[in-house]
Design a protein around this ligand. Structure first.
Ligand code: TYD
Ligand code: MG
Length: 457
């Protein structure tokens, strides 16, 4: 290390968590990672100093005169993606799509590229990870390649920007930001400073000339996007593509959206020919249900603004070890333990000597409190070995004293249950009182967990 380097401020940055330090450290004091501090190049001092009169004041624009047409959205052709983006891609926006490896990010964006190109919009698909031959192999599974789709296998960001300038695509897709390198940054691709510089260069390109840019981002073990947090602040939209790889269903969620709501989710299913949009998710999640088994309850959950019926399953078995097991998949572990305690204390069910396993069918993950009622009902059903009527759906939050509390969007949840052929719906009493009657669906208001068990069994 040169003596000069130690004099500069914030000269070393951790590749794992972006912690900055004025001196080199073997171990990052923030995240504890070893050998991750890398020296960052400082801008030349001459570039910083300002001599002579300052720059002329830039012209400001009256708010009223700003044309809104610049925000015309372009539908991607994938309705689920459009829904998550808030109705389509805004020209000049920067969209970051994160997700675990192998979840289907490349497939999703290649399909979006196909659909956009088929709709007559020129698309440039840039891959730093795959060769044209590999992309072609994947693309062959998706159908005939449209004429407007161009490929570029490149990792140098300057070259990508030049290609975008020369071809003027409406949308550029970059797979992935972690493979890009800026010639003025010395560190390796994927490092914090590279991601930040490349992100800034792409942002400038998107805001100046107008192509919307999709960036694929890898996530770390902890499930957050790799690289500096500043990248998430820079971009307009952050999407996460999630799902259980053992199951076909994939959920696209918005973590941030400057041009739309963050409440929407898009649901896809991975198949032999790429991703299929799931337009009727409740039906898909319930289709494998085995009617007539104890320990199964149907919850009316809400994903974003969309009601979704999911099957909550529970299995209780006598525990032969000192400490009974609780295993939960697709639900919140602490919430499930709390509901078991409520059942034990408020409804007199002896669950303390039982191993309890919970899961949500279809590999889905639901964390909304509205599924409480179904979780509690499934546990009681398994313990009592009594079947819950298969035409009954439930929703409501369960409080610590066993009371059933109201949740959002009760009417929409009931409508969804009715549409899927359910005959009865158990919901919080306070909300049931205000619901207009729905022909074909019996609405049953419940006040506490004891009522629920009396009605169900
Ligand atoms: P991919 O898009 O490469 O994931 P990512 O870019 O997020 O790493 O998708 C990889 C998985 O998707 C891979 O395991 C194979 C599977 N797949 C299908 O099942 N069907 C298909 O038509 C395609 C293209 C991929
Ligand atoms: Mg990929």
């Amino acid at each position: 290390m040169s003596p000069r380097a130690t004099k500069l401020k914030n000269n070393f940055v951790c590749q794992a968590c972006a912690h900055q330090s004025p001196k080199w450290l073997g171990r990052c004091p923030d995240c504890g990672a070893w050998n991750q501090m890398v020296e960052e190049r400082q801008p030349a001092p001459a570039a910083r100093s300002r001599s002579g009169p300052g720059p002329a004041a830039p012209p400001v624009q009256p708010h009223r005169e700003i044309a809104t047409s610049a925000h015309d959205r372009q539908a991607t052709g994938l309705a689920e993606l459009d829904r998550v983006l808030g109705g389509g891609v805004v020209p000049g926006s920067l969209i970051l799509v994160g997700g675990d490896p192998g979840i289907g990010k490349s497939t999703l964006l290649l399909q979006a590229a196909f659909a956009l190109a088929q709709a007559g919009r020129p698309v440039l698909y840039v891959s730093g990870e795959e060769s044209p031959g590999q992309i072609k192999l994947r693309a062959d599974r998706l159908g005939d390649p449209p004429a407007n789709l161009s490929l570029l296998c490149e990792t140098r960001v300057e070259e990508i920007l030049a290609a975008s300038e020369a071809n003027r695509p409406a949308v550029v897709i970059i797979d992935s930001i972690q493979t890009l390198a800026h010639s003025e940054v010395a560190s390796v691709p994927g490092s914090v400073s590279q991601i930040r510089e490349c992100g800034a260069a792409l942002l400038a390109c998107a805001k100046n000339k107008g192509p919307a840019i999709f960036l694929v981002g890898h996530v770390t073990k902890e499930g957050v996007l790799a690289g500096p947090r500043v990248l998430e602040h820079m971009v307009d939209t952050v999407l996460y593509f999630e799902g259980d790889r053992q199951h076909g269903f994939r959920v696209l969620r918005t973590a941030k959206n400057r041009f739309g709501s963050t409440n929407e989710v898009g649901i896809f299913e991975m198949g032999g020919e790429g991703l299929r949009e799931v337009t009727d998710p409740s039906r898909s999640f319930l289709q494998e249900r085995r009617v007539g088994t104890a320990g199964s309850a149907i919850a009316v959950s809400l994903e974003g603004t969309r009601p979704l019926l999911v099957e909550v399953q529970c299995l209780t078995a006598t525990s032969y070890f000192g400490l009974p097991q609780r295993r939960v998949s697709g639900l919140d572990y602490n919430r499930c333990c709390l509901l078991l305690a409520v059942l034990e204390r408020r409804a007199g069910l002896t669950l303390g000597s039982q191993d309890v396993y919970f899961s949500v069918a279809g590999g889905l993950s639901v964390t909304e409190p509205a599924v409480d009622l179904a979780v509690a009902a499934a546990a009681a059903s398994s313990l009592k070995d009594k079947i819950i009527d298969p035409e009954t759906a439930l929703f409501g939050e369960v409080g610590l004293s066993g009371e059933i509390r109201g949740v959002t969007q009760a009417p929409r949840r009931c409508q969804e249950a009715r549409q899927l052929g359910f005959k009865r719906c158990l919901l919080p009493q306070a909300q049931a009182d205000h619901l207009p009657p729905l022909p074909g669906l019996e609405i049953i208001g419940v006040n506490n967990i004891q009522d629920v068990l009396t009605i169900l069994f």
